[in-house]
Design a protein around this ligand. Structure first.
Ligand SMILES: [Cu+2]
Length: 325
């Protein structure tokens, strides 16, 4: 008799669980899913939004399962008012069915998540995270162009499928953006064209910062003397914010600026106009390089005039293409 009751309870709970879970999952997917951060501005943002939604659709039934069991236990097995009936059913501790299904179900869930996570990282060429100077996961169809971009030879124009390299330079306490394929000019606004694969080449002039363009779903550490590459493909025109995401000193909190995804022709106009307008100042910048070492002795753009003091370094030159080790 006891075994019969047990099955009944389980069946009732399972039916409730399946119905409520399906309803909750569908409601979430349809009405909440499309609005989940970080939005849909880039391919990595779209993929990260989908990944979050998949995780939530898996997690909701777990939560609902716990609530249903709790509610059911309180209502059905709880001690009744004015009742002398003893409380308690079969012990779960030695219940093989309970234990086996628990281990099997959680194992399957964890393996699926591990597989899905690995797939997402590889297919989304790094999922918008910095992969270091030699990225393992290049953008699928454009791996060749990406390699060219890394070598600094890629030329981007509207309609081209080339990867656009943009250098992100962090320093206490601001970001600047350098466009190597447009004469190496610098901007304090991150402007990128829509429907384009961007290779962010992230570095720092001083301490460790982190380039975090939230709406683009890109986040890459900015380390001095390291070129950290992160990819994404822009999908929507709009504005976004760039924040530093690594505690980097007293004004870390105000280390942010803004960016725009523009139409390809608008971007081309902006880039060529700015290149021309900035030409005189660009000449004063250190030559474009993947990393920069500010000069410790002040020469070539440092704080102190040359010959003012005994150099403590004669090899570290700001803008040096091959930084001293
Ligand atoms: Cu910072």
């Amino acid at each position: 008799m006891a075994a019969n009751n047990e099955t009944n309870h389980l069946r009732r709970m399972t039916i409730m669980w399946v119905i409520i879970s399906v309803i909750a999952d569908v409601l979430f997917w349809v009405f909440v899913g499309p609005h989940v951060p970080p939005g849909r501005m880039t391919e990595t943002a779209i993929n990260n939004q989908r990944t979050f939604n998949v995780l939530l659709v898996i997690a909701l039934p777990v939560l609902i399962g716990i609530w249903i069991y709790l509610g059911y236990a309180v209502v059905v097995w709880g001690s009744k008012r004015n009742s002398t009936e003893s409380v308690g059913g079969e012990a779960a501790r030695t219940n093989r069915k309970t234990q086996t299904s628990w281990i099997v179900i959680t194992s399957i869930a964890v393996l699926i998540l591990a597989g899905y996570g690995t797939y997402a990282v590889i297919i989304e060429h790094g999922s918008g995270g910095g992969e270091g100077p030699n990225p393992v996961w290049m953008p699928g169809g454009a791996a060749k162009a990406a390699t060219a971009a890394l070598a600094g030879t890629s030329n981007w124009s509207p309609g081209s499928t080339n990867v656009l390299p943009v250098q992100v330079i962090g320093q206490q306490w601001k970001f600047t953006y350098r466009y190597p394929t447009f004469g190496g000019f610098e901007s304090n606004q991150l402007i990128v064209p829509v429907d384009t694969t961007i290779a962010f080449n992230v570095t720092s002039l001083d301490v460790i910062h982190s380039f975090w363009a939230y709406q683009l779903s890109v986040k890459a550490d900015a380390n001095p003397q390291v070129n950290d590459v992160a990819y994404t493909e822009t999908k929507q025109i709009g504005n976004f914010v760039v924040r530093c995401s690594e505690l980097c000193g007293i004004w870390h909190g105000s280390m942010y600026n803004y960016g725009k995804v523009m139409s390809q022709s608008d971007f081309m106009n902006w880039a060529t106009t700015t290149e021309a307008a900035n030409a005189a100042s660009t000449k004063l910048l250190p030559p474009f390089a993947w990393t920069y070492v500010p000069d410790a002795n002040g020469a070539n753009g440092g704080f102190y005039p040359d010959g003012n003091m005994t150099p403590y370094s004669t090899v570290e030159v700001y803008g040096s293409k091959t930084p001293a080790s």
